[in-house]
Ligand binder design. Structure first.
Ligand code: SF4
Length: 485
């Protein structure tokens, strides 16, 4: 079969869509690219199975919509696979009509957290042929293609149209063996498109890996990817395989920095073995590893020191709020007093912690928001964090937060286009204008005098750090523009 894996251009005056491999969709003023790992596995697995695969990322290739359609027409695929998310699913429904105008025979497949939560909706509103639910849609794509070409039995988690009726093979299962994943074909998937414009990388080029699926906690009530990967199904690829991938990235692509996009990086024996392997093979001298981590991971000062020695650099921690009431409501399984000791250990080890917070919870008062703001300022002042990301909370369909908000009639709209972080969709105790102004304050809080002096000193000692802060400054100013009041 000829199969296109594609991100159609989504033209909008809101900015550039940050879609692939993104847990929280945003329109950004300046492009920011993440290498979409699961679609890349899909492409690699289908190509290895003997199919002709086309990687057509109209967003990151900067294509006009008409050009993208023309390219698709030239390729004339038998199947097209599209990753979608809540704020753009309506756009994708229209695009599916255009694809079907090229040829009714093109099989259109939708994947992602939104269609996992609401698989029937896309059949009702578009000409989609298949919806693959759950996070293992690379395995399911191969199964679907094998079904169409060799009559293989469909696995659970697939929705399809037959005549006027929609059928399902049942609830998806995350029982695929990750040790069977191939080494990603990064050339087929145009890795360079995603290697430079990403503020997570200090050294360039960088790329993504995903050594586990997806988060061993997996229970935060707002997290859109728990729809794809419920926590109890956590799996990591074998350490040996992860080290082989690092080796491949160093030697074949001269990659200098990896962002591993597992929701939370594996800990325990896996982490120790990985670190020791990185050191033994000398990879720690050639590449930096960036990860997502939880504050309540069972890690000590010794572990953070080992991670530093093994080449880890950037640790992304989701704080979300500094109000205990909010953390409990979000099911973060986190106590406020756990935060500072972890950040101190990470900083003492020489790592760069990054913090994410969210504003706009229906139950939070202005005082609560100020509390989070002041707390983050304090962490900067003390030098415990190096960067910060503040966003508006969005209740994505499929999450417990969405269900709760719907039940309590706290959703201002069910127009998915508005679930794009440009506005609050949850009813809040304070005005939206104030929330946005507070987000701006978060970003301004980064630039305390002590912080600037500290970073200038670091930048003067290392040219990579200097270039990184130059890029970071551009990102910072464009972030302020993202929250126009
Ligand atoms: S810790 Fe992060 S990845 Fe895990 S469930 Fe919570 S928000 Fe999602």
């Amino acid at each position: 079969m000829k199969i296109a894996i594609s991100y159609p251009p989504l033209e909008s005056n809101k900015g550039i869509p940050l879609l692939g491999q993104n847990r929280q969709f945003q329109w950004a003023d300046s492009p920011w690219t993440a290498y979409p790992i699961v679609p890349a596995y899909t492409a690699t697995m289908l190509q290895k199975a003997g199919h002709q695969v086309f990687w057509l990322d109209g967003i990151n290739e900067g294509l006009k919509y008409k050009t993208w359609l023309k390219k698709l027409q030239q390729i004339s695929p038998d199947m097209i696979i599209l990753e979608t998310k809540t704020p753009v699913v309506k756009k994708h429904w229209l695009i599916i009509s255009d694809i079907k105008k090229i040829s009714k025979k093109i099989v259109v497949v939708l994947v992602g957290d939104h269609v996992t939560a609401l698989p029937f909706e896309s059949f009702k509103n578009s000409l989609v042929d298949y919806v693959l639910t759950g996070g293992d849609y690379d395995f399911l794509s191969l199964n679907l293609v094998n079904h169409l070409t060799k009559k293989e039995k469909l696995e659970p988690g697939i929705y399809y149209r037959h005549g006027k009726r929609i059928f399902s093979t049942g609830k998806f299962k995350l029982n695929h063996n990750l040790s069977k994943l191939p080494l990603l074909d990064r050339d087929l998937t145009k890795w360079q498109l995603y290697a430079y414009k990403n503020s997570n990388y200090m050294r360039l080029p960088g790329t993504y890996t995903m050594f586990s699926r997806d988060c061993w906690w997996g229970k935060c009530t707002f997290c859109s990817w728990t729809t794809l990967y419920p926590g109890k199904c956590y799996r990591a690829i074998p350490v040996k395989k992860a080290l082989t991938e690092v080796d491949h990235l160093i030697n074949n692509y001269q990659i200098k920095e990896i962002m591993d996009d597992s929701g939370t990086f594996p800990v325990g024996k896996w982490l120790k073995d990985f670190c020791q392997g990185m050191i033994k093979k000398g990879f720690h001298k050639k590449i930096k590893i960036n990860i997502n981590m939880r504050f309540n991971a069972d890690l000590s000062q010794k572990d953070y020191l080992l991670m530093k020695k093994a080449g880890f650099r950037f640790l992304l921690f989701g704080l979300e709020s500094s109000n205990q009431k909010t953390l409990d409501k979000l099911n973060k399984n986190l106590k406020i007093d756990q935060i500072e000791p972890v950040l101190k250990w990470a900083k003492k080890a020489g790592l760069n912690p990054h913090l994410t917070v969210m504003l706009g919870y229906p139950w939070e008062t202005k005082k609560d928001i100020k509390n989070t703001l002041n707390y983050s300022k304090l962490l900067f002042k003390k030098g415990f964090i190096d960067s910060l990301q503040a966003t508006i909370i969005i209740p994505y369909p499929g999450t417990p937060l969405f269900k709760e908000a719907k039940r309590k009639k706290l959703l201002k709209t069910l127009n998915w286009n508005k679930y794009d972080m440009k506005q609050a969709v949850l009813t809040t105790k304070i005005r939206e204008k104030e929330i946005k102004s507070m987000i701006k304050n978060f970003y301004k809080s980064i630039f305390s005098l002590q912080f600037v002096l500290r970073k200038t000193k670091e930048a003067l000692l290392n040219f990579d750090v200097f270039k990184y802060y130059l890029r970071f400054s551009f990102k910072y100013f464009s972030k302020l523009k993202d929250f126009k009041i």
